[in-house]
Design a protein around this ligand. Sequence first.
Ligand code: PLP
Length: 362
Amino acid sequence: MIYLDYQATTPLAPEARDAMMRWLDGPDGMGFGNPHSPHRLGRQAAAAVDLARERVAALFPPGGKVYFTGSATEALNTVMRGCEPVRAGAGIAVSGIEHAAVWDTARALANPFHELAVDAEGLVHPEPEIADGVGLVAVMQVNNEIGTIQPVAQIATAAKAAGALFVCDAVQAAGRIPIAHADAIAISAHKLHGPKGIGALWLRDGVEVAPLITGGGQEGGLRSGTLSPALCAGFGVAAKLANDRMQADADHIETLWARALELFEGWTLNGSDDARWHGNLNLRRDGLDVARLMSDVRNVAFSAGSACASGSGKPSRVLQAIGLNDKHVKNSIRLGFGRYTGMDDLEEAAAAINAAASAQGI
Ligand code: PLP
């Protein structure tokens, strides 16, 4: 199986797995301590959580604090539902290409909703018009479907000038490019070669958020529930590795990207080619029957639109937002590659996809 779906999830780094095992079954079967217990087993586990927190914090800008959550979705819900402006009834403005974790949350709230337009390249305007009464602006750093890199530094400035809190979904940026400044930032371990089931919310110092999940208040009073030292340790090692290898990983991806453009000559790229994370190739070909392509090319894991959207059978909201008509949306596939993708994997996958597309007579 060739894995080309790096936006859906990434392979667990062996180093992260090794770090997790210590807190699952070692040493002497005594690695299971509750990090919130005062005895020695608990304190050992707490030290592992502290180290992981430092490593994850190193991905973020200075001047804030990391809170572990169960996912980026939970982190985004926590800040979007719990921040002061939203609780006071202020408006919410989000870009038309946000992940469902932001989009559906904004839609589910009773606050006035505003959509920030994106252009045909898949980019939000760096100085978006922010309507009066908006208290929260959310724009992602890297889009999960088309990989476009948003001008979030400028948008953060515009949000600040409008007196709004700026929330950034940096799930697809974290570990790949430096995370930009915001008031609140969400990331997810499994998108950077860490385990599933853990994310992080970073809050700039001074940003007040009410808890979404109440109970023991284990995460600085903001989030309750016993932390998993294994998940934290795996996340920490994955974050450190991503930070240490950021340039090497990016170089590898540039090499794959350059070759991919040759291999998929004749296909049309959806979204900007330069303001883009190059591990994301979202392509279309007129007349392509994507469902048939996927069933013909079973040894390659790739996606039609985003993993979440493709399960629902609904056309991709992101591809529609950049102006693609329904036919073009349905003719699109997403290939995602990264650290562990070999050139031979990419070449073999491209040969299989191109052969299956040709068999459709296109
Ligand atoms: N935001 C983006 C851009 C994503 O790609 C994803 C995952 O698909 C999420 C948020 C949600 O992350 P998690 O799986 O940690 O809830």
